[in-house]
Design a protein around this ligand. Structure first.
Ligand code: NG1
Length: 415
């Protein structure tokens, strides 16, 4: 059963009532532009056909009562529970959605049923699909009148409260994607552009066999990189004599010609405390996260991280041009360079992801790379249509699967 029908059926069988609204939000794959969004630098993702559906009806009690087809433990959370109090990772996203809606929910709770055909903890954005679908369904059920951009912003804030200091790519592409196209997203200043995909290309995603749970260790590894790249941005701005207001991001300095050269003069490792003193910025701008404060004395490999982010942003520009020119070989080379940079400079690949990328490339993919935050999860490959089955077979042989074709699909909707 597809997720929308399954969520509605689960709602009926659990609560013996009809849902007031059912919303469906797709997962996403990032073609290129990895770990750039929280630096205010561009990304090139697309929404996929697999999705999470949420059926909702308002209830009188100030509680979220929720069941999921995929997660066995049901939720019964006070509206003000807050994500930190939830032991079950999937409950955190429910509590976080209630927290960002806050006073917009008129003191009443909701009954919720969830069904998904997206693999969890994979880098395919199952958490953002859940958050966006939930907010869209609550918006419809309570008549909140949220606009799409506001909804994507609230979903990103919810995800940050749940623990990972995300940059907002996932929620935005899930809210705004168009079928048949990639979505180039810029953040400084904000902009979006659909980039149609040539008809003869196919995309394959494949599991490395290792989950990358944002509710667990991957969250700390992710947040370390958010803080380390803020440190790099503050130090580079200081070297360049550039003024940054608020949180320093590499996107604030990336357009300055000398920035890529000066990256090599950054310290190999630094702590937030040391960098704040050197660059003369308040320490809290470097270490404050929505879900807490990062250790100001942790020594982080800032030079390699910054080198990856600045080079990756350039690859996004080149990849957009390659897609628009229908140049599959050029796109493939950029994806290979992205993976190497994520492996060597950003240190977020794993031996299983490296082997998977190699196997898919050998089987005829024009290019392959890890997708999402890494530390496990999925890889994406692009190939000429007709070669996708060979790439899928090679991926399953290398890492055990699942591996399947994904097609650029439309964003979130009410069912
Ligand atoms: P995944 O691993 O797919 O959840 C995460 C972030 C993105 C982005 C990528 C790395 C969340 C919800 N999403 O994606 O915003 O920073 O890593 O490019 O944390």
């Amino acid at each position: 059963m597809d997720p929308a029908a399954a969520a509605a059926a689960l709602f009926r069988s659990t609560f013996a009532a009809e849902p007031a609204a059912v919303a469906v939000a797709p997962g996403r794959v990032n073609l290129i532009g990895e770990h750039t969004d929280y630096n205010g630098l561009p990304v090139l993702p697309f929404a996929i056909g697999q999705s999470t559906a949420v059926a909702v009806a308002p209830s009188e009690a100030p509680l979220l009562e929720a069941v999921s087809r995929e997660f066995p433990v049901p939720a019964r959370l006070p509206l003000d529970a807050g994500p930190a109090a939830c032991a079950e990772p999937w409950h955190r996203y429910l509590a976080a959605a209630a927290a960002v809606l806050g006073p917009r929910l008129p003191g009443r709770g909701a009954r919720i049923a969830v069904a998904s055909d997206l693999p969890a903890a994979s880098g395919l954005s199952s958490s953002s699909a859940l958050t966006v679908a939930l907010l869209l369904a609550l918006d419809a059920a309570f008549g909140l009148g949220l606009g799409r951009a506001e909804l994507a912003g609230l979903a990103a804030q919810a995800e940050r409260l749940a623990g990972a200091e995300t940059g907002g790519m996932d929620q935005q592409v899930i809210a705004f994607a168009e079928a048949g196209a990639l979505l180039r997203i810029d953040f400084l200043p904000p902009a979006m552009r659909a980039v149609p995909v040539p008809a003869g290309w196919a995309f394959v995603v494949a599991s490395s066999g290792q989950p990358a749970p944002k509710g667990g260790g991957a969250r700390d590894a992710y947040n370390e990189r958010v803080v380390a790249t803020r440190i790099a941005a503050a130090l580079l701005a200081d070297m360049l004599g550039a003024e940054i207001e608020g949180t320093p991001l590499l996107g604030h300095v990336a357009a300055i010609d000398a920035a890529p050269v000066l990256v090599d003069e950054l310290p190999a490792r630094s702590s937030a405390r040391k960098a704040a003193a050197t660059a003369g910025v308040p320490l809290e701008r470097l270490v404050t996260l929505a879900a807490g404060t990062f250790d100001p004395d942790a020594q982080l490999p800032v030079r390699g991280y910054a080198r990856h982010v600045l080079a990756e942003a350039e690859r996004v520009d080149l990849a957009c041009a390659a897609v628009e020119a229908g140049d599959l070989a050029a796109l493939g080379e950029l994806m290979a360079a992205s993976h190497a940079s994520l492996r060597d400079d950003y240190r977020c690949s794993t031996p299983a992801l490296d082997a998977l990328v190699k196997a898919m490339t050998k089987a005829g993919a024009a290019g392959a790379r890890l997708t999402g935050a890494g530390f496990g999860g999925f890889a994406i490959a692009v190939c000429e249509r007709g070669r996708e089955q060979a790439v899928i077979d090679a991926a399953v042989a290398a890492a055990g699967g699942p591996a399947f074709e994904v097609a650029p699909s439309a964003g979130a909707r009410l069912a």
